[in-house]
Ligand binder design. Structure first.
Ligand code: ANZ
Ligand code: ZN
Length: 828
């Protein structure tokens, strides 16, 4: 059928079944009966959570529907399995798009945001998810962001929030600083503008104080290994040593961090970062010009570029002493030495480090081998471990031993110590933007930085601002900026920076536990009952941002005595993306298929089923509309089952029912939703032959995870007054699963394949179309073959004989070829 015609036909069928009003009816009934609203109870709890979305004022597409369906399947499954389920939803509603809309279109960000939330709620409701909507939160509301400010003050008191001048990533197009996590391949994560570097006073939270714990606690989390590895790398624990190099003709020393103390005798020069505190002092007058040229060259290079590709450097004119062999070695400024890592200075070993090697060749520096590989190799720069040479009393020692040996030897002279460093940086939270939480701080002429007293919270976002100029709109409100110092009552200026959005998302999961709490950020008792989140669901893009911040926040709140656990998300699931035409489905690529288009044609249940049927939920999938037809057929088949006459059942039906419950349950528990749906498809196929009320009820319960509206409708048509959505999960009885039926099923499947192949051959070789198939079975297997279902599957007449049947039709004498488990076949 041509696409257009088929569409029209489906819309017609959908209208005949009227999915739209059926969906609306049940969504309203669930809401009215409040069956998804959660309250603490004696039951075991299960907290299921999807990463909350940024509300953009546009439609939902297939990618969203797949994400939300995953969470809903889990929530529904756990609820029916007897857990007390908390499955809330809310909106991460501060952020740049609202502010940009204000700048471009003159809409107030608040109005823009609240309209967007209304829209997204409307769309989400149409999905039929089992959210507890009595707990909705939005982070731009003062009732929420007040607590961001409260936490900030607590962090500040503890010395975990501080202000410092730092080189920061700057996006000129977004007009704000970016945290390291927001820079991807040197570009802004939002607008892909090349990021530049600026030196600015900024607010930081001390994530580094928790580096070791953030690393250690990863091991107990049920998270994807890939994600744990990303966090591990980001934290970047590195165990090594710090070694002091005296500066020649000076009392000062340069301290370097190295993981390869074993190579010390091969260190032929030092390199320090251009920002190093001694850098200026070390530069000799005759080197000033060249140093200046160098500094100009690298001034605006992003850190990532300096680190990865940087080779530029310049001699300072000063020398240091290698404490191992008392050699005098030159000191360079080099762009690839990062000021923010280790000590900002390194000992360079050009024989065993590729970057040092390249640098040494460019600048004509000494290269001396000090490590021999254990096995002979041909690498120009050997970076591995081996046996020491040219290393005085350490010659012949292997690297591992020499690392500690050399440090211990130097430690006696107070020239070295063992040391651990982390790559993790403190979290840059301030943004020079309007649509975020104001940082609750005042600058007083007399007292300096003064935190806003807790009783004065929230510091509300000013409304008398103009969005017409570039820069931070808050700067246009004089009223907001002028304040009185709470300490000396003198004049003070209010901080105009706001907090980045990751502050909001670092604790929203706690707020859901008591969303209306007015006196505290959350109710400790409720949090104790519900937290931690048992299943968190979200994208891999949050691996080193949101997921590290939330873990850090949880640990700090624990140490503030507010929580009694250390990790917010016990288990995490990363969903795959939905693609179309080979690209991630997204409004910006213009390749979306919207919720409305699809539900108009097929109903939302079909869409949910289909999206989860396409592949394992953590895999990416390519959307294709052909496939959804098959799922639509299945849905219609299930609806038609209702019209079948119920029988008294049979052992075979019992077998199928219990086997389906078993496999479906196991598949669902393990996120193999696609296989669970296949279980449903074959069960429904069987029920077409034979169905009882009980078996139909089982089907509906299982189906309700994926197609809740249809399941609910049919459940009520069976005369139930209860909701299938909160029915008890069916239990299976292993004893009713009969391996003999299993075997028969396989045997028939195999036979069908064999017949099919012969039919194909006949067509290819002799160009004959078969209409009948004769099967010759050894006598005691005769009962295994199911002529009726073969006939249906193959669309052929099927006649089955025992090989010893005197009256059989066997023109070519095939019957003699029958073997146990492999009947002979003749088609014509
Ligand atoms: C001498 C040496 C010899 C090194 C050798 C390596 C190989 P990780 O594991 O990443 O911690 N390094 C230290 N601080 C640095 C900085 N601020 N900027 C750039 N590089 C820095 O790596 C530690 C190693 O990275 C250190 O060990 C140091 O170089 C370099 F054959 O010291 B090594
Ligand atoms: Zn003051």
């Amino acid at each position: 059928m041509a696409g257009k015609k088929k569409d029209a036909k489906n819309v017609k069928i959908a209208k005949a079944i009227d999915f739209a009003s059926l969906e609306k009816k049940w969504q309203a009934a669930w809401q009215k009966a409040k069956i998804f609203e959660a309250k603490p109870s004696k039951k075991k709890k299960f907290y299921c959570l999807e990463m909350f979305p940024y509300p953009s004022a546009s439609f939902l597409h297939m990618g969203h529907i797949r994400n939300y369906s995953i969470g809903d399947v889990i929530a529904r499954f756990k609820r029916m399995s007897g857990f007390n389920v908390l499955y809330p939803v809310g909106y991460d509603s501060f952020g740049l798009p609202a502010e940009n809309a204000a700048k471009k279109e003159g809409i107030n960000p608040k109005i823009y945001t609240e309209n967007a939330i209304k829209k997204i709620i409307e769309y989400q409701k149409k999905l039929g998810n089992s959210y507890d909507r009595s707990r909705v939160i939005a982070t731009h509301e003062p009732e929420y962001y007040k607590w961001n400010q409260y936490f900030f003050l607590k962090f500040y008191e503890k010395g975990l929030a501080y202000r410092k001048k730092a080189k920061v990533n700057w996006c000129a197009s977004c007009n704000t600083v970016l945290a390291d996590e927001e820079v991807q391949q040197g570009k802004c994560w939002r607008c892909e503008t090349e990021v530049s570097i600026k030196e600015l006073e900024q607010w930081f939270l001390k994530t580094t104080a928790y580096a070791d714990e953030l690393l250690k606690d990863l091991k107990d989390l049920k998270w994807p290994e890939r994600l744990k590895a990303m966090q591990k790398n980001w934290i970047g624990k590195s165990e090594g040593a710090e070694i002091f190099f005296p500066i020649k003709n000076s009392d000062e020393k340069i301290e370097v961090f190295t993981t390869r103390a074993d190579t010390l005798f091969g260190c032929t020069f030092l390199a320090i970062s251009p920002e190093h505190e001694l850098a200026q002092k070390l530069v000799k007058p005759e080197r000033k010009n060249e140093v200046h040229i160098f500094l100009e060259k690298i001034k605006n290079k992003p850190v990532s570029e300096r680190e990865e590709k940087g080779k530029e450097g310049v001699f300072t004119g000063s020398y240091a002493i290698n404490p191992a062999n008392n050699e005098s070695i030159p000191i360079y400024l080099a762009e690839y030495v990062l000021s923010e890592y280790g000590t900002g200075a390194i000992m360079c070993v050009p024989s065993h480090d590729k970057r040092d090697h390249e640098f040494a060749r460019q600048h004509g520096l000494t290269i001396r081998e000090v490590i021999k590989p254990l096995e002979s190799g041909t690498a120009q720069v050997y970076e591995g471990e081996g046996v020491l040479v040219n290393s005085g009393q350490f010659d012949g020692m292997i690297s591992g031993k020499a690392k500690t040996g050399i440090v211990r030897w130097l430690a006696k002279k107070k020239a070295a110590s063992l040391k651990t460093h982390y790559k993790l940086r403190d979290w840059l939270i301030s943004r020079q933007r309007y649509w975020g939480t104001p940082i609750p701080v005042l600058y007083c002429n007399n007292c300096g930085i003064v935190p806003v007293p807790e009783k004065d919270l929230p510091v509300l976002l000013p409304e008398d601002v103009s969005f017409d100029s570039p820069g931070n709109p808050i700067l246009t409100s004089n009223k907001f900026q002028s304040a009185k110092c709470p300490r000396c009552k003198g004049n003070a200026r209010r901080e105009t920076d706001t907090m980045g959005g990751f502050m909001d998302s670092s604790w929203y999961f706690l707020r859901y536990c008591s969303p209306k709490e007015a006196k505290k950020p959350f109710d400790a008792k409720e949090v104790k009952y519900w937290m931690p989140v048992d299943q968190y669901i979200g994208g891999i893009e949050h691996a080193v941002g949101h997921l590290i911040y939330s873990r850090f926040f949880t640990k700090v709140l624990r140490d503030l005595g507010m929580l009694n656990f250390s990790e917010p998300f016990s288990a995490l699931f990363n969903q795959g993306v939905v693609c179309k035409d080979g690209r991630k489905m997204s409004k910006s690529y213009g390749n979306t298929v919207t919720q409305d288009e699809i539900s108009k044609k097929y109903g939302i249940d079909t869409a949910r089923l289909f999206l989860l049927f396409l592949a394992l939920p953590d895999k990416s999938v390519e959307w294709n509309e052909e496939g959804i037809e098959g799922m639509f057929k299945f849905v219609k088949k299930v609806m038609a089952l209702k019209k079948k006459k119920f029988s008294n059942g049979s052992k075979k039906l019992d077998h199928f029912t219990h086997k389906t419950i078993k496999e479906f349950t196991e598949n669902t528990e393990n996120f193999r939703f696609n296989l669970a749906i296949i279980n449903l498809l074959s069960f429904a196929d069987y029920l077409e032959k034979e169905i009882t009320k009980e078996s139909f009820e089982v089907l509906l319960k299982l189906l309700s995870l994926f197609a809740p509206h249809i399941a609910e409708e049919l459940w009520h048509k069976l005369g139930h007054k209860s909701f299938v959505s909160v029915e008890k999960w069916p239990k299976y009885n292993e004893k009713k699963i009969n391996p003999e039926f299993e075997r028969q099923e396989l045997v028939n499947k195999k036979l069908a394949e064999d017949v099919n192949n012969i039919v194909k051959l006949l067509k290819e070789k002799q160009n004959k179309t078969a209409s009948k198939a004769y099967i010759y079975s050894i006598p005691n297997e005769l009962k295994s073959y199911d002529a009726k279902s073969l006939k249906e599957n193959l669309k052929l007449d099927i006649i089955i004989y025992a090989v010893n049947d005197k009256k059989k039709y066997d023109p070519q004498g095939k019957a003699g070829k029958a073997k146990p488990g492999k009947p002979a076949i003749y088609v014509e």
